[in-house]
Write a protein that binds this ligand. Structure first.
Ligand code: ATP
Length: 256
């Protein structure tokens, strides 16, 4: 599989706060890669830096053969590295149809209509609500629209920031099911940040775990699921015969 995204030694700050450092990460063509970690671990910072919303202080981002660090967000999205931000951020006063059209605003090719049909095929609920204001959709439907709008911009790599946030377990599985379907049908790669480790590890091929702005583990999802520390901290399955939550959190983790 050819390498689509290659991130080396990436570091980002918010003013005086170092939010992420020494991050190395790769995504191959057609791969689903998950980034897991607790609140404040630096996951959103990573995606925002890759998308050009935030300029890295250090490090290299190579996407589809070009270095993209320092380019502005628009230029990066036009190259096919497209972010679906946390909290959906659809245009609430525009209709579903207009939100999809906005996604394709920078495109000049003739496949826009085909991509729109594709989105409505993946998300039939959006078809039923094409003329409805996006702000009136349910949380799950807004997430579908956010993914659909990102699709309309012609991604080669789709980055999703916590797509399951605030969704019921059923909707969460539905959204991840569609993500898997998108990859399967189109071969587009996905980089997904997720708090719900179980659902992410079940759908991704490879996973990274971040803590305090650093990557502390990187492995295939199968291997991650088998690690005691991952099971303990993220999957709610106690390894080591440990008793009680407090004791589990106190134990030093080496992510082996
Ligand atoms: P969450 O799941 O809560 O979104 P996260 O893993 O995505 O967490 P980030 O949002 O990337 O974490 O935050 C990483 C660190 O940077 C945290 O310490 C956070 O407090 C800090 N941080 C994030 N955004 C800002 C900001 N706009 N200004 C200052 N510090 C910030």
């Amino acid at each position: 599989m050819s390498m689509l995204l290659d991130v080396q030694n990436l570091e980002s700050w918010y003013g005086p706060i170092k939010a992420m450092q020494g991050v190395n990460l790769t995504v191959s063509a057609g791969q689903i890669v998950a980034v897991l970690g607790a609140n404040g671990a630096g996951k959103t910072t990573l995606l925002n830096t890759l998308a050009g919303v935030l300029d890295p202080f250090k490090g290299k981002i190579r996407f589809d053969g070009t270095e993209t660090q320092g380019l502005d967000a628009d230029a990066i999205a036009r190259r096919g590295l497209v972010l679906v931000p946390e909290g959906r951020q659809v245009y609430p006063f525009l209709s579903v149809a207009d939100n999809l059209t906005m996604g394709a605003y920078a495109r000049r090719d003739k496949r826009v209509a085909q991509d729109r049909a594709q989105v409505l095929d993946w998300f039939p609920r959006l078809r039923e609500r094409l003329n409805q204001q996006a702000g009136l959709l349910s949380g799950g439907e807004q997430q579908m629209l956010a993914i659909g709008r990102a699709w309309m911009s012609g991604p080669k790599l789709l980055m999703l920031d916590e797509p399951s946030l605030g969704l019921s377990p059923l909707l969460m599985r539905e959204i991840f099911g569609i993500i898997a379907r998108i990859r399967q049908e189109t071969g587009v790669a996905v980089l997904v940040v997720e708090q719900n480790a179980a659902v992410a590890l079940n759908h991704a091929d490879f996973g990274y775990i971040m803590e305090l702005g650093r990557v502390v583990a990187a492995d295939s999802c199968e291997a991650l699921k088998a690690k005691d520390d991952v099971r303990d901290a993220y999957l709610g399955v106690a390894g080591h015969g440990s008793s009680g939550t407090a004791q589990r959190w106190k134990r030093k983790r080496n992510w082996r």
